[in-house]
Design a protein around this ligand. Structure first.
Ligand SMILES: [Zn+2]
Length: 339
């Protein structure tokens, strides 16, 4: 590793400007967390410790705003690869998602930061990978769009062009607001068998706090609404019923997991963090993925494009042929997880 701590600190400046243009007064702590998470998961192939003070910076900050879930991603990634037996590989049968393939890893009670009962990755015995892309949209993002502050919209056309051009299956976690904003896009995605559409709540509010300053869902009734309304919107727009759910920010309690499961949807996290939030250098994303990908991995990224995730498509342009060259096959989540 040649990147020094001071070099990393300096790179935070453009991230901060980006964030402020979209999110209002984002706090340095969250921005540091975003950067630290990106670095922590992608920056140190040699195994050296990230020089930034990630133990502080990765802690979610109440009252601040950030899209996606880099720190939660880091926690989940750590849980998936940790040494304290955090998962149980037993099938979670009887769900709407159907019986699970043997070897699917589900979070257990070993890590208090990750609610138990969520899928972390698929079986390790075959070189399959599920690429997942979150279509985040908060009310703040919707407001920015309506005010004309997001010229390209929150739809990453280049990313979907890349997936189509390379015949790459992917799973898209849709928020209800994104689905309502881009119904034609959702319809086209649903007509393409390579893409699978799943549930990412209505407006990307956090089910548990603290969660990166995301607005919080206050009551169980409101949580039900977040799950059921998004499910209905996706079904209306696409004709497909979601099988999987991803908690905004990855933030949830065990009760939240059970609530989602009561709708027949299986909560899914990830074990590979792309680190694409506010990352403008595709090489950083490529390194992050290549450093952590394994057979059965679930990669988390976003399909909202610039300014929040401007380099995802460019990273895929490198990653897809590279991983295929290493013998990996891309599959949808249901292909990865179901029997
Ligand atoms: Zn999200």
């Amino acid at each position: 590793m040649s990147t020094s701590s001071s070099q990393r600190t300096r790179t935070a400046t453009p991230h901060r400007r980006l964030a402020e243009s979209i999110w209002g007064a984002a706090t340095p702590l969250v921005l540091a967390g975003t950067l630290a998470a990106v670095l922590a998961v992608g920056g140190c192939a040699g195994g050296s410790t990230p020089a930034v003070s990630s133990s502080v910076a990765l802690r979610p900050a109440p009252g601040a705003g950030a899209p996606g879930s880099p720190a939660a991603a880091q926690r989940a990634g750590a849980a998936a690869g940790g040494s304290h037996a955090p998962f149980v590989a037993s099938p979670a049968g009887g769900l709407g998602a159907g019986a699970l393939e043997p070897g699917v890893a589900v979070s257990g009670t070993g890590d208090p930061a990750v609610a138990p009962g969520q899928v972390l990755h698929g079986p390790r015995g075959r070189r399959w990978i599920a690429l997942t892309f979150d279509a985040d949209m908060t009310h703040a993002m919707q407001g920015a769009l309506r005010a004309g502050r997001v010229p390209g919209g929150w739809y990453d056309r280049a990313l979907f062009d890349e997936l189509r051009a390379t015949q790459t299956p992917a799973t898209i976690f849709l928020t209800g607001l994104w689905t309502a904003q881009y119904p034609d896009v959702v319809r086209r995605l649903s007509a393409d068998p390579r893409f699978e559409l799943d549930n990412h709540s209505v407006d990307h509010s956090a089910f548990a706090t603290p969660c990166f300053g995301l607005p919080t869902v206050g009551s169980t009734a409101a949580k039900r609404q977040e799950i059921a309304s998004a499910r209905a919107a996706i079904r209306r727009a696409s004709g497909h019923t979601p099988r999987y759910f991803r908690f905004p920010g990855g933030c949830a309690t065990g009760a939240d997991v059970r609530l989602v499961r009561s709708y027949g949807e299986l909560p899914v996290l990830w074990d590979v963090v792309s680190g694409d939030a506010f990352q403008r250098d595709p090489d950083v994303i490529v390194r992050s993925v290549l450093d952590s990908v394994r057979p059965g991995s679930i990669m988390v990224a976003h399909c909202i494009g610039a300014p929040n995730t401007p380099a995802t498509a460019a990273a895929l342009h490198v990653l897809i042929p590279r991983l295929r060259g290493e013998g990996y096959r891309f599959v949808t989540l249901s292909r990865l997880l179901s029997r």
